[in-house]
Design a protein around this ligand. Sequence first.
Ligand code: ADP
Ligand code: MG
Length: 287
Amino acid sequence: SIPLSFFAGIGGASKEGVLVKGSNYLEILSQTKYVVFDKTGTMTKGVFEVNGIHHSTIGNEKLLEYAAFAESASSHPISKSLQRAYGREIDRTRVSDIQEISGNGVTAKVDGIEVAAGNDKLMKHLNILYQDCHQTGTIIHMAINGKYAGHIVISDIIKPHSKAAIAELKKAGVDKTVMLTGDAKKVANQVAASLGIDEVYSELLPADKVEKVEELLRVKPGKAKLAFVGDGINDAPVLSRADIGIAMGAMGSDAAIEAADIVLMDDDPIKIAKAIKISRKCLRIVY
Ligand code: ADP
Ligand code: MG
């Protein structure tokens, strides 16, 4: 039978906005020593602003319009941000043949014209020569009709509690914090350094994230548990693979919430340390 204090633990966590899907997760959480994070939407808000448009062959306005239309079917934070930056109604009947390439970008036809929007990996994949970008940020390269058409530089904001969240985890005895992201190295390193995260791995595809978590699971000390915290559709496989999966409940994807063992209802990363403390308190009462 399940000790009464487990119910108290789940209840206490839920009062803090932490939804624990089963009492067994409290025990795992209490032994968590490695915490691995996704960046976009987890440590950052996932709400990107346009900071610059460069080398556009069709004018900046038109480039942003093509980007917003090509991205119109996706719920990726980058897609939503580009649609918001465009700011006008998007007539979806003008868009066809949409393909989202996970961890790379999108391709679509806008008014019958081939449009590609994504990172340098996407451009390489499509054999398109792209211009390097000297502005720091997440770079959205654009190709139109198979020719390079310029890039849009966007950047995201770190959540107000992300830095404190890492400090609190350290105080709670977490040995290692790791950030895994599909975003560019420069941006990833900057975010990790400003938050005090121990290790950072960037430019990862969703499958690379799973591989990295498996590697960490192999090297960690036997009894120590590994938690993964994420928000996106892409994060579902890693959330399942970790000893404990924690998803963002408010802006997170349905797939991530479904795959997770614990859901942070208000997307606040500071709640991770809070949940660990609650789990330890309830375990002390049991044993
Ligand atoms: P993260 O690991 O930060 O959550 P993703 O794996 O979703 O990021 O995406 C990794 C990278 O792939 C992004 O930083 C971006 O360069 C590119 N990308 C992914 N989806 C899109 C999209 N819809 N439009 C443009 N670029 C995208
Ligand atoms: Mg994310």
